[in-house]
Design a protein around this ligand. Structure first.
Ligand code: ACO
Length: 323
């Protein structure tokens, strides 16, 4: 029996209305627009206001993805939310979104791989679809990183923003799929690097905590591990860098994106970059960038779309998608 392929049937995203510019931050901490732009490529970030949460933002992004995919709540049989900033310890953000969307069937759960969360969630959904356990899945990345930032730590607070992105993934088969869909996913982690990017608190250890980071070490691992994982994914499918139509990386820092593209030998025009406007939205960054790419007409049917990310853990990974 031929396994079904996981086709991305629609994308959606949501950004809070409140925009905080670098100049706004420079009024509160010792930083400047020029330092932030030069070191990170970030110009502004969207920040959630009271009442906006990972669940509310994820719901809005999901509704848009469902509309784009022309599916209704009765079609959805799986909801996976990648988030590091759930509304509550439990129930999961996924079940909150399930209720808000009035989805009455199937399973809903969260996964936590920080900035790699969307790649991990897509990999899980793809495996559910391949083994026939799901036909129409919602994969959502939603994070409210502003709520775990130390707003006095200029080395981290300038880097992040809030938002959500979602995709509807539908099962197809080779007869009606024409080779479209997720080709393969490649996930990695190495817990030995857990202390270079972490939150200094948690449920079983005490107070909620704030993000702490050894920036230059994270930078080095990000460039090396993301470019290696893309190359391994291509090699595993007998594809080359020239076959890539668009690379949609996790949007951490424009210098990381440039360095990965350079290491792989991918021209700039094939790399989707939204970090200037969104900053680093953690698990939301790839589906947000993907939605922008679709709306800008940068992806057409049959294109080879590559997504890649690295996040706390360390976790990292790549997915190859024939659009
Ligand atoms: N404004 C002004 N100065 C600052 C700021 C700021 N916002 N932040 C740090 N500085 C200062 C530092 O204090 C330091 O000053 P000093 O020399 O007097 O000690 C100086 O700038 C240089 O600091 P570095 O940390 O060496 O600067 P670097 O060039 O490494 O840039 C950065 C820092 C942007 C954090 C970089 O290391 C980076 O991008 N790392 C990757 C981190 C990342 O993206 N993390 C996100 C999560 S992981 C992921 O998504 C992949």
């Amino acid at each position: 029996m031929i396994s079904p392929r996981s086709i991305i049937a629609g994308c959606g995203s949501f950004l809070p209305g409140k925009i905080v510019t670098n100049d706004d931050l420079a009024k509160q901490i010792d930083t400047s627009d020029s330092w932030i732009k030069e070191r990170t490529g970030i110009h502004q970030r969207h920040i959630a206001v009271e009442g906006e949460t990972s669940a509310t933002m994820g719901t809005q992004a999901a509704l848009k993805a469902m509309e784009a995919a022309k599916v209704t709540a009765s079609d959805i049989d799986l909801i996976i939310v990648a988030t590091t900033t759930p509304d509550q310890i439990f129930p999961s953000t996924a079940t909150r979104i399930q209720s808000a969307l009035k989805v009455k069937q199937g399973a809903a759960f969260d996964i936590q791989a920080v900035c790699s969360g969307f790649v991990y969630a897509l990999a899980v959904a793809d495996n559910f679809i391949k083994c026939g356990q799901s036909k129409t899945a919602l994969v959502i990345g939603s994070d409210t990183m502003s709520r775990i930032l130390d707003w006095q730590d200029r080395a981290t607070c300038v880097l992040f923003g809030d938002g959500a992105g979602a995709v509807v993934v539908r099962a197809s088969n080779t007869e009606n799929g024409n080779g479209r869909g997720v080709i393969s996913t490649h996930l990695y982690s190495d817990g030995d690097f857990g202390d270079i990017l972490y939150v200094d608190g948690g449920v079983s250890t005490g107070a909620i905590g704030k993000i702490r980071m050894a920036g230059s070490e994270v930078f080095r691992h990000a460039v090396q591990k993301m470019s290696n994982s893309v190359q391994q994914a291509l090699d595993g499918n007998e594809l080359t860098v020239d076959d890539i139509d668009i690379l949609i990386p996790h949007q951490a820092n424009v210098r990381i994106l440039d360095a990965v593209a350079k290491k792989l030998g991918i021209p700039q025009e094939k790399v989707m970059i939204t970090v200037a406007d969104h900053a680093n939205t953690s698990a939301a960054s790839i589906p947000l960038a993907m939605d922008v790419a679709v709306r800008e007409g940068r992806i057409k049917e049959g294109d080879l779309v590559v997504i890649e990310a690295l996040g706390g853990g360390l976790t990292w990974g790549t997915a190859l998608i024939r659009w």
